[in-house]
Design a protein around this ligand. Structure first.
Ligand code: FAD
Length: 497
């Protein structure tokens, strides 16, 4: 079914992170010359989910498109820098590693750095793999710098509520109209099933040509009105609950997120300039809400700033992310799990993809199918990467970890693990979010060491290999030694704005 109705009026339902990202992106990049009229409907009576404070480096792409100044953004959202995630107790209790955003060593045309490192390990001349990666070492040492031509591959920790406000300012400046009110009814065209308008509880009526559902887990338009369907991935990603609480912070905030595994889930610690965001993601089959609250509160630092809040969710994806004239962006489109901070990235990808395939002259099924197919490919890749962390573990100390270790996994993931385990090679697919460096760091960090390295490494005499490894390591060390402490850097950087 297609429509040749020209698209002029966009209605965004919901004003959390997803809604305001969509509003800012569409208005700034496509709303000029009266091209589009963008309205955003949100209700002061329905709070946003209020978490989602760790990001990945791709956020720079979105910020560049919007012309956002990094210093201003950081000052307004109390942001800190993030160079990766410290995974603690994931491989096994007291076995930790860092998944940093950086590159490991230097690549050669024939084999990745891991092959050279593996031989170095066997000869006893290699240091831990993280010593060959700038972002990794800088994380461990709590250092940071933004220097011309020496930029670290970084992301941010931010205050989600302040970020939504910051984006709202941009959107409003570019003509987005905010409509206050609770959506009571979604009106569908009887013939086509397309959404025609929204009725609000306060009597307002909002009409549109294209609707973006950013109403969060409710999926008010995409699911409750259009019954698009949901694929449940709870058997692969069994955590279904979270507790969130904020605490005061000290001035030693690290440039990374902490992810600390517990008996039936994991705890996040996200450092902001003025406070710390804490949470425990857990599986309700193995832990009650009260046990989760007790576990979290026993493991936070600083004073509590609010009461612990329970959030329930189901991991999985909407069967279509674009259905008729409705596109789901945000939690309404599904939720994988916050372990690698991928949600905001997926929102941003959805917004950019919509702009790339924007149906100016009417919606046609080819565009819709392309949008859905690209989105699904991306989500499956992220899903497999997240499952890897749970499945590839040596932990057998609780029923939860035994389940994760023994659960059947997708063939796609099994292939990646087999390939790396046998030969140290990493399966590569164009356009994947998590590249070779991410897969290597997590597979090795979780304890999967390849059986052999690439034979081409044997072409290099041992002395040369030693020199090569030392060279890379000293280069990394020299750079990191010249950078200031993360906290000091932020003080200076945000004040300079
Ligand atoms: P919400 O924040 O729920 O916003 C929904 C909006 O819809 C609100 O404005 C509400 O008022 C409006 N609304 C709903 N119903 C109606 C109605 N009937 N009428 C009018 N308005 C309505 N993401 C990351 O990238 N990094 C992370 O570290 C991360 N951590 C997370 C941790 C947890 C435990 C969870 C659950 C998620 C996490 N996420 C993370 C994802 C994160 O939640 C989202 O980034 C973010 O909060 C966006 O949600 P949203 O905008 O889709 O929905």
């Amino acid at each position: 079914m297609s429509t040749d109705k020209r698209i002029r009026k966009i209605v965004i339902a919901g004003g959390g992170t997803a809604g305001w990202m969509a509003a800012a992106g569409l208005s700034k990049l496509m709303g000029k010359n009266g091209n589009l009229e963008v309205k955003l409907v949100e209700s002061d009576d329905i709070p946003t989910v209020g978490v989602g404070e760790a990001t990945i480096p791709t956020l720079h792409i979105f910020h560049r498109l919007l012309g956002i100044n990094e210093q201003e953004f950081m000052a307004k959202t109390n942001a800190t820098f993030k160079l990766g995630i410290s995974f603690e107790n994931w491989r096994d209790v007291k076995k930790d590693y860092i998944h940093s955003f950086g590159f490991l060593g230097k690549d050669s045309w024939a084999a990745g750095f891991q092959h050279f490192w593996l031989k170095g390990q066997q000869l006893g001349i290699a240091k831990p793999i993280g010593d060959y990666c700038t972002e990794h070492l800088a994380s461990r040492e709590g250092r940071f710098a933004v220097l011309p031509k020496q930029d670290l591959n970084h992301a941010f920790h931010l205050d989600a509520a302040l970020y939504a406000k910051f984006l709202q300012e941009i959107a409003t400046k570019h003509g987005v109209e905010r409509v206050e009110g609770k959506i009571d009814k979604v009106n569908l065209d009887e013939e086509t099933g397309y959404i025609q308008s929204l009725d609000l509880a306060n009597g307002k009526h909002v009409e549109g040509d294209l609707f973006i559902d950013c109403t969060g887990f409710r999926g008010l338009l995409i699911e409750q009105a259009l019954h698009t369907g949901f694929d449940d991935w709870s058997h692969l990603l069994p955590c279904d609950s979270a507790i969130a609480v904020q605490t005061t912070s000290n001035d030693k905030f690290p440039p990374y997120t902490r992810s600390i595994a517990h008996d039936a889930g994991w705890q996040w610690r996200i450092p902001l300039q003025n406070r710390t965001g804490n949470g425990l993601v857990f599986c309700s089959k193995y832990m009650t809400d009260q046990q989760a609250i007790d576990t979290l509160l026993a493991n936070v630092e600083g004073e509590l700033l609010n009461e612990p809040r329970v959030i329930k969710y189901k991991t999985g994806t909407r069967r279509k992310h674009w259905n008729k004239n409705c596109i789901a962006i945000g939690l309404s489109s599904g939720f994988i799990e916050p372990l690698e901070s991928t949600s905001i990235h997926l929102f941003q990808r959805g917004i950019i993809r919509l702009m790339q395939l924007f149906p100016y002259d009417g919606i046609n099924e080819a565009d819709v199918d392309e949008f859905n197919q690209q989105t699904m490919t991306e989500i499956y890749n992220v899903r497999d990467f997240i499952i890897l962390h749970y499945h590839l573990t040596e932990r057998t100390d609780s029923a939860f970890w035994r389940y994760c270790k023994n659960m059947p996994i997708p063939e796609t993931l099994k292939h990646r693990m087999d390939l790396f385990g046998k030969s140290g090679r990493v399966y590569k697919k164009a356009d994947e979010l998590f590249g070779e460096n991410s897969w290597i760091q997590v597979m090795m960090g979780q304890g999967l060491m390849p059986e052999r390295y690439h034979p081409i490494v044997d072409m290099m005499p041992e002395e040369d290999l030693k020199g090569f490894l030392q060279n890379v390591e000293m280069g990394v060390r020299k750079k990191v030694d010249s950078w200031p402490n993360h906290h000091d850097f932020i003080q200076h950087y945000c004040q300079a704005n």
